[in-house]
Design a protein around this ligand. Structure first.
Ligand code: AMP
Ligand code: GLY
Length: 421
């Protein structure tokens, strides 16, 4: 099989790494890729949100299977263009990608599906939104409806803060994403992520994880794309997972099919778990980054077979083979992230690190220059390890971090704390 992966972050490096372990992969191209991906696969410069360009590339290069990493090409309809052209693709249609691209859409699907989630109101102007907040009281959550790169959610501790957030959103602070606003009940509990593959009909769980969204140790400071993750997440017990499947995910899939927009790809359900009861925080229509890195470390070569089965509608015959182990990834970021940060630092020590089936440094924002690896993004490297216990995996990941010389870089030292305590 000739395979094309769209994307160029740590998520896509781990996808490429897993896909390459499978003998069914004859050739792998990643667009646009990064310096770490370039060391293991061909990289191609391609505008991955331009469906015509992606189809043209796939046809010219005889690509048999496309795996879409990030949400933006999905929301732009790139998977639809590929399917129209007869190219097999892993990833939902533009219509189905609304599960991530529109919070109001997801809320309406949950209403019909009876899926437990936060009570909410949906508004297109500020006065009605503020009146709703005043009636509900604080804490309360104000969300821009559309894609806002993870920044369109404000947890307001007071009614005044919520009113200010509403003014910001309708004032254009999040561009078009904030033209409509969803206001939600603040849910208490412990958050965890549940990943399932879907083929339009069948649902196959492929792992649980916990992310660390805040930049600082002890979950302090501003939100980021994620500073580290581990799998499995103990809070998502088999019983909680079964409830999430039967009460939230399967009813959502059935409602999507009933709407004529069957969901195919990976569905990432962000759950809030309290007293053993899961409620939906949000859906994403792609793998999490960095959650994908730990899932791929545990799945390895079978990840390709599973994604291929989802794309071909064969999940009813697919099965996941689990080793009884744990994986963790620690994000190394550039000082200043998630605010402004410097680029260009030369990173040392990578060559001396072993690359094995239980230990990998996945690259995110890196560039190769004159034989050197330089930092070119906010999140730069993901030190990722697998072990018989989470403690063993964490020790191995931090040993890699300590062997890497990244001037002007930092990481959180407490990744996994909830499960390690
Ligand atoms: P999102 O961008 O939708 O992932 O939201 C970012 C984060 O805000 C989530 O991961 C949660 O930690 C938090 N959050 C979002 N909605 C709620 C809610 N209704 N109640 C409590 N926390 C929430
Ligand atoms: N790590 C969170 C996300 O990918 O949305």
């Amino acid at each position: 099989m000739n395979i094309l992966i769209l994307g160029g972050g740590g998520r896509e490096h781990s996808l490429a790494w897993a896909v390459l372990q499978n003998p069914k992969c004859d050739r792998l191209v990643v667009a646009p890729g990064n310096a770490g991906i370039a060391a293991i696969a061909e990289c191609a410069a391609l505008d991955i949100e331009d469906g015509g360009a992606v189809v043209g590339f796939a046809e010219a290069e005889s690509i048999d299977f496309v795996i879409v990493g990030p949400e933006a090409p999905l929301a732009a309809g790139v998977a639809d263009r590929l399917r129209d052209a007869g190219v097999l693709v892993f990833g939902p249609s533009q219509a189905a990608a609304q599960l991530e691209a529109s919070k109001a859409f997801t809320k309406s699907v949950c209403d019909v599906a009876g899926a437990p989630t936060a009570a909410y109101g949906h508004f297109t102007e500020a006065n009605a939104a503020k009146a709703y907040v005043s009636a509900q009281g604080a804490p309360i959550v104000v969300k821009a409806d559309g894609l806002a790169a993870g920044k369109g959610v404000i947890i307001a501790e007071t009614v005044a803060d919520a009113h200010a957030a509403i003014d910001d959103m309708f004032g254009g602070a999040f561009g078009g994403a904030g033209a409509e606003v969803v206001i939600e009940e603040f849910m208490e509990g412990e958050e965890a992520s549940f990943f399932v593959l879907c083929d339009g009909t069948e649902v196959l769980p492929i792992g649980t994880a916990q992310d660390h969204k805040r930049v600082g140790e002890g979950d302090t400071g501003p939100n980021t794309g994620g500073m580290g993750a581990y799998t499995p997440a103990p809070v998502l017990t088999d019983t909680v997972a079964e409830r999430a499947l039967s009460e939230i995910i399967r009813p959502t899939m059935a409602e999507m099919a009933a709407r004529g927009m069957p969901y195919q790809g990976v569905l990432y359900a962000g759950l809030m778990i309290q007293d053993g009861a899961p409620r939906l925080v949000e859906y994403n229509v792609r793998f999490g980054d960095p959650e994908c890195q730990v899932l791929m470390m545990r799945l390895g070569a079978q990840a390709l077979d599973l994604m291929h089965a989802a794309a071909e509608g064969r999940l009813n015959t697919a099965q996941v083979n689990w080793a009884d182990d744990h994986a963790i990834t620690v994000v190394m970021a550039a000082d200043g992230y998630p605010g402004s940060y410097d680029k260009g630092a030369v990173i040392g020590g990578l060559d001396a690190l072993p690359e094995t089936s239980s230990q990998m440094v996945f690259h995110a924002g890196t560039t190769a220059q004159d034989g050197k690896i330089t930092a070119s993004g906010g999140r730069v490297l993901n030190a990722t390890a697998r072990g018989p216990s989470l403690r063993a995996a964490a020790d191995a990941a931090y040993a890699m971090v300590d062997a890497i010389d990244f001037p002007g870089g930092f990481c959180r030292r407490d990744i996994g704390w909830r499960a390690l305590d």
